[in-house]
Ligand binder design. Structure first.
Ligand SMILES: Nc1nc2c(ncn2[C@@H]2O[C@H](COP(=O)(O)OP(=O)(O)O)[C@@H](O)[C@H]2O)c(=O)[nH]1
Ligand SMILES: [Mg+2]
Length: 240
């Protein structure tokens, strides 16, 4: 059976780019979920203006900003509860800021399915990023690798393909705070024994980042916490 492809796009104050991202993404997937995370600009209006005529897209919302992790948690728990989806279906995540070159999606999909991966976390080509961002990303990925028991190369990437069954399982072990969702899901999935790749390099046509030092510090602390949570709750895990 061909897996369904569901894309999740968290959006916070992305009025200039969000509709363009949705328009590009929509023909490549079967269903689209965009989460407006209490945006204070015209994001909600831009999405609502785009929705008509796109019947496989839906908007989930927070009235007050909750942070990126909460936006993902809302969408993922919704998917986990859906009885019309199967563990083999695929969940894509894409930023709303136009940072991801969606021309890479087909190739990511091909690799994820042909290698039967549980998670393909695209490794962004950060060569256009400032040195302090690259150093921070390297350090965070190295720290995550230590706790994941597997070499991870870009744990902050928001361009990903998950197998729904594995994602739904991992959701029992983390919730995420601010931006920590990306690092936590990577560590949790590795610790649970799922097949994870983080070495497929994708270009980043646009540098734009809102994360600050405090966000990196939060991620740093959340990584061991996530690993310990898995070890405590499921010492002898057999991947679902
Ligand atoms: N900055 C920020 N982004 C959020 C929030 N909630 C959801 N997002 C979305 O999460 C995605 C990743 O955020 P971004 O700032 O691009 O992070 P970066 O690419 O890791 O630097 C974007 O699509 C944002 O619009 C939030 O509270 N703050
Ligand atoms: Mg981004």
């Amino acid at each position: 059976m061909t897996p369904r492809r569901v894309a999740v796009v968290p959006a916070y104050n992305e009025a200039p780019t969000v509709a363009g991202v949705l328009e590009w993404l929509y023909p490549m997937i079967d269903e689209l979920i965009v989460v407006d995370d209490g945006s204070t600009d015209g994001t909600r209006a831009a999405v609502e203006g785009w929705l008509p005529g796109h019947e496989h897209a839906r908007l989930l919302t927070f009235d007050v900003n909750q942070g990126m992790s909460a936006a993902y948690y809302l969408a993922f728990t919704h998917l986990r509860e859906r009885t019309d989806l199967h563990p083999g279906d695929l969940v894509y995540t894409v930023d709303a800021d136009g940072q991801h070159d969606l021309a890479t999606l087909d190739e990511l999909h091909r690799i994820a399915t042909s290698e039967r991966l549980d998670a393909l976390l695209a490794r962004r080509d950060l060569s256009g990023y400032p040195p302090h961002k690259r150093a921070g990303n390297w350090l965070l990925s190295a720290w995550a690798s230590l706790w994941a028991g597997k070499r991870l190369l870009d744990v902050e990437s928001g361009l990903r393909v998950f197998r729904l069954g594995a994602l739904a399982d991992a959701l029992g072990y983390y919730r995420g705070y601010k931006y920590s969702e990306t690092v936590e899901v990577a560590v949790v999935m590795c610790r649970l024994g799922y097949r994870v790749r983080n070495d497929v390099v994708v270009p980043v046509p646009l540098y734009r980042s809102r994360t600050r030092l405090v966000d990196a510090a939060i991620d740093f602390a959340m990584i061991p916490a996530a690993a310990v949570r898995v070890a405590r709750r499921r010492p002898q895990h057999e991947p679902a």
